[in-house]
Design a protein around this ligand. Structure first.
Ligand SMILES: [Cu+2]
Length: 184
């Protein structure tokens, strides 16, 4: 063991007084570390089980909410807008009546336009905004700009297909304000 530490060869202090306590400390470290590691493994597996249980509960409650909404005649789709993204939940719904709840989380004003999505939405000459006129035939809803904190509801009857939701305030679409909804 002394050869392990290059310093221990020359120094009388290290070779004389320190090696025994050093080994002792190493022994102590090992004997303490093992139960700790085992405890950590146990704890993390417990946490793992807990998060699986929590996830199951979340999924179960989300399903029951969806079930109640479907029973009421239309499905709720939550659309959250913020600088600069759009989140849609759920992103997949069966065909039929849906109600969009569009929440602007700010800090900017945002609008929402929903079109049957294409591979790529056409841009205006400015290169920053979507050419809405070119999308007239496939536009299913259009909500004007609303300020931060605004919550708007929109009922729609959706046919199967892929839909793209976007904000067309200058630059917002290009900055990432787009979302997708699949109706099957
Ligand atoms: Cu926007």
């Amino acid at each position: 063991m002394p050869s392990f530490d290059p310093l221990s060869g020359g120094s009388p202090l290290v070779s004389g007084g320190y090696p025994p306590p050093f080994e002792g400390r190493r022994g102590l470290t090992f004997s303490v570390a093992r139960p700790d590691e085992a405890g950590m493994r146990q704890l993390s597996s417990r946490l793992g089980r807990f998060s699986i249980v929590a996830l199951t509960v979340l999924v179960a409650s989300a399903c029951s909410v969806g079930g109640r909404t479907a029973a009421a005649g239309h499905r709720l789709i939550r659309v959250n807008e913020r600088d600069f993204q759009i989140t849609v939940a759920p992103t997949y719904v069966p065909a039929g009546d849906v109600e969009l709840v569009v929440r602007n989380q700010g800090p900017d004003t945002h609008e929402l336009i929903i079109v049957r999505s294409r591979a790529r939405l056409p841009l205006r000459r400015d290169g920053l905004t979507v050419d809405e006129r070119a999308l007239d035939a496939v536009t299913v809803a259009s909500l004007d700009g609303a300020g931060p904190g605004a919550v708007r509801r929109k009922r729609l009857h959706r046919a199967p297909g892929r839909y793209e939701l976007f904000c067309n305030m200058a630059g917002h679409f290009m900055a990432g304000m787009r979302g997708e909804l699949v109706v099957d």
